[in-house]
Ligand binder design. Structure first.
Ligand SMILES: *Cc1c(COP(=O)(O)O)cnc(C)c1O
Length: 358
């Protein structure tokens, strides 16, 4: 039996999107592909409120995280670390030979713009990495305000992992003047894994021009040459054409009523948060910074999360245990993308039934 996925990626994919992927193949140097690419870019831009360059990478999100480090860092990175994925940015920076200074928070806490400000004021940094929505802790950091701090540091680029937040929460890339913000298809885009997208500012291209060795597969300047340079609406190597097609369709569907799309996520998040509190659980996230796309619940009632998931599995559902060291101490319910409140309610009715809550 298929288990409906309430885990924070890969998430459930609608049959509509599976159909979108099932179109006949085209050559990646053909006009047909260019049309697919252009449609995808045009609609992703709408969802992100941007006219900036959209980088489509055939890789998981981690690929474009590495791409950011390769193309944007010359000197020293400030890594804002508050969970497993923000720690990954720090590891990628170090793996590429860069000095990376950690601005560290306890898991469950959000990044504070004033802390980033005071760290940057020490000088020597040229890149800051943050995670907008920390999937391991269910914390959403105040991205707009963090971006506001960056105005004081025009020579420092802000790179944002918005993997589980993009297309779930409103992110106004141009109005907030974001430099580099990325996500993969298997989170709130509600598509199979395999593709990553990023909005990229002019400042990023200027920086990349000053870096001699940007690697090959993730060379941002080469990506631009193919997408909006010597060629247009192409990629340097063969892209995941089926996913580019499906992403364009999904972005177009979301863009038809973005207000309703954002409101739905707020509603689903509030529903799960209320359910948890009402059943005597606590939320793991610092109050005021709860994620809109997944809820991380402290297991204050001492249930067996693995046991619950096994029972849910028999009924065709799957939620997520805590991440890494938070296993059994927390559990996570994802509510993003094409997921609806009805489906979330359905899951929780089953959880109530299994745990004898009612
Ligand atoms: C899922 C996730 C990633 C990693 O994505 P991959 O597709 O596995 O590379 C990175 N950051 C966050 C916040 C995520 O949720």
């Amino acid at each position: 039996m298929h288990k409906k996925l309430f885990i924070p990626g890969p998430v459930e994919v609608t049959t509509q999107s599976l159909h979108d992927m099932g179109v006949p193949m085209v050559g990646h140097r053909s006009k047909d592909y260019e049309k697919i690419h252009a449609f995808c870019v045009e609609n992703v831009k709408k969802v992100l409120y941007t006219d900036k360059f959209i980088w489509i990478g055939t890789c998981s999100s981690t690929g474009l995280m590495e791409g950011a480090i390769l193309n944007l860092c010359r000197k020293k990175v400030l890594s804002v670390v508050l969970g497993a994925f923000s720690d990954r940015w720090n590891k990628i920076a170090k793996a590429n030979g860069h000095e990376s200074v950690r601005l560290e928070y306890e898991w469950g806490k959000a990044a504070k713009p004033s802390d980033i400000d005071s760290k940057l004021s020490e000088g020597g940094f040229d890149l800051v990495t943050v995670v907008f929505n920390e999937t391991s802790t269910g914390v959403m950091s105040p991205l707009k305000d963090i971006a506001g701090v960056m105005k004081k540091y025009p020579d420092v680029i802000l790179a944002v992992d918005a993997v589980s937040g993009m297309a779930a929460a409103r992110i106004e890339v141009d109005a907030w003047d974001l430099d580099f913000i990325l996500a993969g298809t298997q989170k709130a885009w509600s598509l199979p894994p395999g593709l990553a997208v990023a909005a990229v500012s002019e400042r990023c291209f200027k920086r990349a021009e000053t870096i001699e060795h940007r690697g090959f597969y993730f060379d941002l300047l080469n990506a631009k040459e193919y997408a909006a340079g010597k060629r247009s609406n192409q990629t340097p190597s063969t892209p995941g054409i089926s996913l580019v097609h499906a992403l364009g369709r999904q972005a177009e569907r979301y863009s038809r009523d973005l207000e309703a799309h954002w409101a739905k996520h707020v509603e689903m998040a509030k529903f799960v948060q209320d359910w948890a509190r009402d059943r005597g659980f606590e939320l793991f996230a610092e109050p005021g910074y709860e994620s809109l796309s997944l809820t991380c619940i402290k297991n204050t009632r001492g249930i067996s999360v693995a046991g619950l998931n096994a029972e849910l599995g028999k009924r065709g559902y799957m939620l997520s245990n805590g991440y890494g060291k938070l296993k059994e101490q927390t559990f996570r319910i994802a509510h993003m993308g094409t997921m609806t409140l009805t489906e979330v309610r359905d899951l929780l009715l089953n959880v109530d039934d299994i745990l004898g809550f009612k």
